[in-house]
Write a protein that binds this ligand. Structure first.
Ligand SMILES: [Zn+2]
Ligand SMILES: [Zn+2]
Length: 569
């Protein structure tokens, strides 16, 4: 039994397309649809061109599908129980019920109410079916459809292989397990499709025993863990809204040889190149207080973090990840750098894996489809280091859901080898179960290897693609750059004199200088503009409404800013 979602106004063709994604194999020309069991009904094609409403179908209606078994590829049989009997040697499968989208799921039965990222709200409503053109083997007319040209589900493995997509998108993964858990069986009771593993021992369990470490039972003891490469990713791609964002960040290393750390502010958007994909679009790299060295750095307390978050929020931005440099000049005097990170060393060190997991645990991904309201994270980690040709290149990663759970349960720590993580031993507050990892041996077979005492960090890594847009439209488009924060160590100070010079660069009178996040944060910090006046600034930056700018420059706050700037210069 399958549930097919449709709008009342949808053509029945869409319902049929949806069904084909589920039964996969049949030629629609040979499908018959009936509203009664054991009756062959009408050819499916004859119902196309009419709407769901037009056919008199309502939410929850059951339809019965009959199709010729002979057209099924033998390996592709539907795996779910087939409930109906045979009619004239044809197989009859109860299909649907039609699930009209404005149907309200009874509370406590369906997905919970959580404020998700807008991109998830958007993608959730789409089926993500991968359309295929009519091909070589199709023997039907232009309106027909067969197993060679029917759309594929967004989680289709072959499509991923053919397009070199390493991981499926989160939404495709979600739809696949939702399909397994809720659509394929008789969905009378809803099961939250996502499930976060918990590797922590329950220290409060007294199920016939004293709490751990004095006692333990099968209920409070975490299950053995098997690590494997995660087949989906929460974010597929990282896009820097403009290459200058990255360039200015790397510039601090170019000028000083000191490594740099930055926080990525931006938003999550649809990524078209992957079915139901998501990209993190980075609009600004904010550089929090830090003490850098040539071979690493230490983060210092970041006092105005909330203020920066708030300003970003008012502009529709939030933290989407972090970035840091790991750059060493090659000594060839040609701007090239050493390639330290590759398949024979590591892509992220064990310490970076741990940091990434902690960051992900701090920035959880809200979702309706996990009982807790959260599942994993969309927080990305971008390393800027040397590529194989000695070029400077950003590479973006996440760690897996298992990595988050291992860190949360305090099971892993860094070993002396950057490419290996160490499995802690059990103690009074920590019970460490057996940990194994799955890898392919030389014959291509999966083998389980004991992960104790150390295991390769790669098993926890998820890699993302990244790019700069062909036609950049960055939010912060100021024609000149204001000094970046916390760069005193390289002789770059943010002060009123800098503001004076910076604003005087704008001879056009269009207010273009306001389109610089580093400037906005500094301007806010000075406290010279009143709240209302600052709101005009943000409004102007957000909506490009020139009226806001004109009102701003006539406001008393702006006048006093100009007076103060004159005096300080
Ligand atoms: Zn075809
Ligand atoms: Zn117990």
């Amino acid at each position: 039994m399958f549930r097919i979602n449709a709008e009342v106004s949808d053509d029945f063709l869409l319902v049929l397309e949806n069904l084909l994604g589920k039964i996969k194999t049949s030629d629609p020309q040979l499908i018959y649809i009936s509203d009664k069991p054991n009756i062959k009904g009408e050819p499916a094609n004859s119902l196309c061109g009419r709407t769901v409403e037009g056919l008199g179908l309502k939410n929850g209606d059951m339809l019965y599908v009959t199709y010729d078994q002979n057209t099924d590829a033998p390996t592709d049989k539907p795996s779910q129980p087939i409930l109906a009997s045979s009619v004239n040697g044809k197989q009859s499968v109860p299909m649907i019920p039609i699930n009209v989208k404005d149907f309200e799921v009874p509370s406590g039965v369906g997905p919970m109410k959580v404020e998700q990222y807008p991109v998830d709200d958007l993608l959730e409503k789409e089926d993500g079916l991968i359309k295929r053109p009519m091909g070589h083997y199709c023997i039907h007319g232009p309106k027909g459809m067969c197993e060679y040209c029917s759309p594929l589900p967004p989680w289709d493995t072959n499509h991923r292989k053919e397009n070199a997509i390493k991981h499926m998108s989160f939404q495709a993964h979600l739809k696949e397990i939702n399909d397994l858990k809720n659509n394929r069986n008789n969905a009378s009771s809803y099961i939250a499709p996502l499930d976060t593993p918990n590797y922590c021992i329950d220290l409060n369990c007294t199920n016939g025993h004293k709490p751990y470490p004095k006692g333990i039972c099968s209920k409070c003891q975490p299950q053995p863990i098997t690590l494997q490469l995660q087949k989906y990713r929460m974010v597929d791609h990282v896009e820097f809204a403009d290459s200058s964002i990255m360039d200015r960040f790397i510039d601090s290393w170019r000028q000083t040889g000191i490594q740099r750390y930055g926080v990525l502010y931006g938003r999550y958007e649809r990524f078209e190149k992957v079915p139901l994909g998501v990209k993190a679009v980075v609009e600004v790299i904010y550089e929090p207080p830090q003490a850098g060295e040539a071979d690493g750095l230490t983060l210092l307390p970041w006092e105005n973090e909330q203020q920066v978050d708030q300003l970003a929020k008012e502009l529709g931005l939030y933290k989407v990840g972090v970035t840091f440099t790991d750059l060493t000049d090659s000594g060839n005097n040609d701007g090239s750098v050493l390639c330290k990170r590759h398949k024979d060393s590591y892509f992220l060190t064990n310490l970076e894996i741990l940091m990434t997991a902690r960051n992900q645990l701090l920035h959880r991904n809200p979702t309706k489809f996990e009982q807790s309201g959260y599942y994993s994270s969309k927080f990305v980690t971008c390393v800027i280091s040397g590529g194989l040709e000695g070029e400077i290149e950003p590479r973006s990663y996440q760690v897996s859901l298992s990595a988050e759970a291992l860190v949360k349960a305090d099971i892993i720590t860094a070993s002396t080898q950057p490419s290996k993580l160490y499995i802690n031993s059990s103690n009074d507050t920590r019970y460490v179960p057996d940990v194994q990892y799955l890898e392919l041996n030389e014959y291509g077979l999966e083998v389980k290897t004991n992960a104790k005492p150390t295991f390769p960090v790669d098993f926890l890594l998820v890699s993302l693609s990244d790019s700069f847009p062909m036609d950049p439209k960055p939010m912060f488009s100021s024609t000149t750059d204001f000094t970046i924060e916390n760069r005193d160590f390289m002789g770059e100070l943010q002060d009123l004199h800098k503001v004076y010079q910076y604003l005087n660069n704008d001879t056009s009178g269009t207010g273009s200088q306001l389109f610089d996040f580093h400037f906005l944060v500094y301007l806010y910090k000075t406290g010279i503009l009143g709240n209302e006046e600052f709101a005009m600034v943000l409004n102007f930056v957000k909506h490009h409404n020139y009226e806001d700018y004109l009102r701003l420059v006539e406001s008393p706050g702006w006048m006093s800013l100009l007076t103060i700037l004159e005096q300080s210069s």
